[in-house]
Every structure is written in structure tokens, then in C-alpha cells.
Design a protein around this ligand. Structure first.
Ligand SMILES: Cc1cc2nc3c(=O)[nH]c(=O)nc-3n(C[C@H](O)[C@H](O)[C@H](O)COP(=O)(O)OP(=O)(O)OC[C@H]3O[C@@H](n4cnc5c(N)ncnc54)[C@H](O)[C@@H]3O)c2cc1C
Length: 423
């Protein structure tokens, strides 16, 4: 669904992507999970079906759609256009985004290389990432400190022997478990005496550099999200050359701002796809079973669940499309409030829809025969990952207050009224 008429090219992509996801991705979800196997094998295996689907997505022109038109390496779409397409990929979140080379955290990392990378960094890392030959991870969060405030990060990146030495322990590093994960973007402190937001830098660390240890995969409500996973990773005296610095010393915050804006919206777009699939499963289920002499759908409260889910999903979509449109028109930096609002509202709404869909499936809803429980677990983490709700809500309130104060000051100045005296 789009608010504006999409170009013929985007309509065609929409049609092709829908067919690809419905007919080629969703039907192989169970095969993909089974092929991952058990134990250690889960972190060493990329199910062959993924490579097959990648080749197919390329053939269909559904490759690297996320990188928008300001990048010469991209597919030439706007964020708005990508939003409409990304939602479709979200319907099969474990398969379709990776098959189309549009999955997190690679998309954000590719954007960093495209936006801030040197020619040599692009050649070495961006090219194979865009080819889908390697995967990557972004390492910021640390077990020892409250990482929703990234100024707390204490990994050290110190200038040594003509390069940098990295020491620190990270966790919840998505993608670090993938057998093809070849590179980390690591955030740490280069200068403890600099200003609060000027201490952090980001360096590129090859996954096979001596001193990098993937300690363990973590689980999300019991799901390990293999093969990419979310891992604890230790960097111990890892040395990288000076050329591996991204953008410049002390510019880590600038880089994460550039990376997280569109990335947050991508999560929201995919979430809408999961919400749509949850609602579809709910509607199908309640028409197929009977309790107390009537179909489940005929109980009034169930109609309420369906209507509420549809209304909420539509309003969530409006927020996402508006944020995407704002990024296109005024840039991610000036769309901070819209991005934050979508990031808070969408996962909460989709969680509610998935919860109702699970409820309507009874015990079947919490088991492995539908994707609902897995979707629910993933969606619940989104209220924490990429910044917890409270941090975004705080930012929304601060921006709202600043905007209202500016409007008030302008009104006063137009009417010649003095500001009230400070108490
Ligand atoms: C599935 C998953 C994948 C992830 N992937 C990555 C990744 O790839 N790379 C990476 O670096 N990190 C990743 N993370 C980590 C994630 O970004 C952090 O968990 C998040 O930023 C919160 O940091 P924290 O866990 O240290 O929570 P803390 O900073 O300890 O905060 C704990 C809680 O305190 C509350 N809180 C914090 N600030 C405020 C406030 N101002 N007002 C009110 N309450 C507040 C919030 O409820 C918050 O959840 C991932 C996390 C998950 C769950």
C-alpha cells in the first residue's frame, strides 16, 4: 500500500517481489530451518536454498534495493519506494531480506562504507558485501555498561605501531555467528580526554584478525537466530592498520547517526510485513475452527481483534511512510523525530497483533508450526534493539518541546509580547 502513485518501475518491482516472497521464500522456510541442523553445525551451515534464492533474486532484479538513489552503487530508489518493497520482504524475515541482499546488519554496514568509506575500504569490503559474497556485523553494545547511552562504551581503540589496537568485550552482535561474517565495524574510544561525543571512533576489524574471538551465541527467548545469531565477541589486542579507521578519530557518533537512521526505518518496514502475515494467519484460523456452537470468528470479541489489528497496522504504516518520505525530503538528521516515532510505535503495534494472532491459534500459536512465536520473539527485541523505547521517547519529547518553544517565541516576537519573566 502506498499513499502516492508509485512509478511503473517500482510497481513492477512490487509485483515481482511479492511473487518471489510468496511463491519462492515462504514455501521454503521450513526447509531452510531444517537444513541449519543442530549443535555446532548450525553456525557452520548456510542452507543451500539461500544461495539458490540469492541467484534468483539477482535474476529478477531484486538485489540491493535498500541503497537509495544518492549512492551510485544503489538501486536508484527513494526511501519511500524502498519502504513499500521492504515491507514485502518482512513477510518472510528469515529468508527474503537476505535473499535480496537487503538484510540487517549488512544494509547499515554497507551504507557506512558507501557513505564514509575510502576508495580502498569500498574496494575491500563494500564490493563483496554488495555482491552478497561476505557478511558483516556492527559491534557497539557491551555487557559491562548501559549501552543505550553509547557514551558509556568502554572498548579502547588506541593508536599503536602505526595503526590501532582494539581491546574490549561486546555482546548482542548480530551476524557475528554467520559462517560468512568477514568483517566487524567496531565502536570504541580513541581519546578519553576529548568531549563527551568526541571520544568514540569506528574501525574496521576483519573477522579473522588475531585476537577476535566469538565467545558464544546468545538466545532471544530461546531462539538462536542461526546462522547469523547475536553473539558475545571479545577483541583482545587486535591490531588493524590506520587505514581501517572510518571517517576520522572522534567521529564515531557521526557514523552511527548516519547508520542508524535509515536502518531503524528498515526494521519498521519489515515489521509491517510480519504484522500483515500475523493478521492473515489470524483471519484464516478463526474461520476454520468452532467453539461453543459457532465459528471462532463469529464471537464478537474476535471481530474486534481483527478490526483493531487492521486499524493499528494502517496507522503504523502511515508513520513509516511519513518517516521514509521525510528522510527523502530533508535527510535522516532532520527526520529524527519521525524516525523515532515509527521506531517506538510500530514494534509495539505489531507485537499486539502477533499476540492476538497467537491467542487465536490457542496452543498452536506458541509452537513451531506457525511463524507467530518466532515473529513475536523478534518483535519484542525490537523494543530494545537499536535503542530502547524510552530513549527514543525521550528524544521525541525533547524535540517536541524545542519545536513548541520555537513556535511560541516566534509568536511572541510577531505580537511584540515579552517572554514571561523567569522565576
Ligand atoms: C536481538 C538483538 C540484536 C542486537 N544487535 C546488536 C548489534 O548488532 N550490535 C550492537 O552493537 N548491539 C546490538 N544489540 C544491542 C542493543 O542495541 C542494546 O541492547 C540496546 O541499545 C540497549 O542497551 P543495553 O542492552 O545495554 O540496555 P541498557 O542501556 O542497560 O538499558 C536498560 C534499560 O534501561 C531503560 N532505559 C535506558 N535509558 C533510559 C532512559 N533515558 N529513560 C528511561 N529508561 C531508560 C530501557 O528500558 C532499557 O531497555 C542488539 C540487541 C538485541 C536484543
Amino acid at each position: 500500500m502506498s499513499l502516492v502513485q508509485l512509478s511503473p518501475r517500482v510497481q513492477e518491482l512490487q509485483r515481482r517481489l511479492t511473487e518471489f516472497v510468496e511463491n519462492e521464500c515462504i514455501p521454503v522456510e521450513a526447509e531452510y530451518q531444517k537444513a541449519l541442523g543442530t549443535g555446532e553445525q548450525r553456525w557452520k551451515t548456510v542452507p543451500p536454498v539461500m544461495d539458490r534464492l540469492k541467484a534468483r533474486a539477482r535474476e529478477l532484479g531484486l538485489w540491493n534495493l535498500f541503497l537509495t538513489r544518492e549512492y551510485k552503487e544503489g538501486a536508484g530508489l527513494t526511501n519511500y519506494e524502498y519502504a513499500v518493497l521492504c515491507e514485502i520482504m518482512g513477510r518472510s524475515p528469515a529468508i527474503a531480506p537476505e535473499a535480496c541482499n537487503c538484510s540487517a546488519p549488512d544494509t547499515g554496514n554497507m551504507e557506512v562504507f558507501a557513505k564514509y568509506g575510502t576508495a580502498a575500504q569500498k574496494e575491500k569490503w563494500l564490493v563483496p558485501l554488495m555482491e552478497g559474497k561476505i557478511r558483516s556485523a556492527f559491534a557497539m553494545t557491551e555487557p559491562a555498561v548501559a549501552s543505550s547511552d553509547a557514551t558509556n562504551i568502554c572498548t579502547r581503540i588506541e593508536a599503536r605501531r602505526g595503526g590501532y589496537t582494539v581491546n574490549g568485550r561486546k555482546w548482542w552482535i548480530s551476524g557475528a555467528g554467520h559462517p560468512k561474517c568477514a568483517v566487524f565495524l567496531v565502536m570504541g574510544k580513541t581519546d578519553l580526554s576529548a568531549s563527551k561525543y568526541g571520544q568514540q571512533s569506528i574501525v574496521v576489524v576483519p573477522a579473522d584478525a588475531p585476537g577476535v574471538t566469538v565467545v558464544r551465541p546468545l538466545t532471544v527467548f530461546g531462539y538462536d537466530d542461526a546462522p547469523h545469531g547475536h553473539c558475545e565477541v571479545v577483541f583482545e589486542n587486535v591490531w588493524v592498520p590506520k587505514e581501517n579507521l572510518i571517517l576520522g578519530e572522534g567521529r564515531g557518533f557521526e557514523v552511527i547517526q548516519g547508520r542508524l537512521g535509515p536502518g531503524r526505518i528498515h526494521h519498521c518496514m519489515r515489521s509491517l510485513g510480519m504484522g500483515e502475515r500475523g493478521l492473515e494467519l489470524m483471519v484464516e484460523r478463526v474461520q476454520g475452527r468452532t467453539t461453543f456452537g459457532r465459528k471462532i470468528v463469529e464471537h464478537g470479541v474476535v471481530l474486534d481483534y481483527i478490526a483493531k489489528s487492521r486499524m493499528e497496522l494502517e496507522s503504523a504504516r502511515m508513520l513509516v511512510l511519513r518517516a521514509a518520505d521525510m528522510i527523502d525530503k530533508v535527510g535522516a538528521k532532520n527526520a529524527k523525530k519521525e524516525i523515532a516515532m515509527a521506531k517506538v510505535v510500530v514494534p509495539t503495534i505489531v507485537l499486539g497483533i502477533l499476540d492476538r494472532a497467537i491467542q487465536m491459534h490457542g496452543a498452536g500459536g506458541v509452537g513451531q508450526d506457525t511463524p507467530l512465536a518466532d515473529f513475536w520473539a523478534g518483535m519484542r527485541t525490537l523494543r530494545i534493539a537499536d535503542g530502547p523505547d524510552e530513549v527514543h521517547t525521550r528524544q521525541i519529547a525533547q524535540l517536541e518541546i524545542a519545536e513548541q518553544n520555537a513556535r511560541l517565541a516566534a509568536r511572541r516576537s510577531r505580537s511584540g509580547l515579552a517572554a514571561p519573566a523567569k522565576l
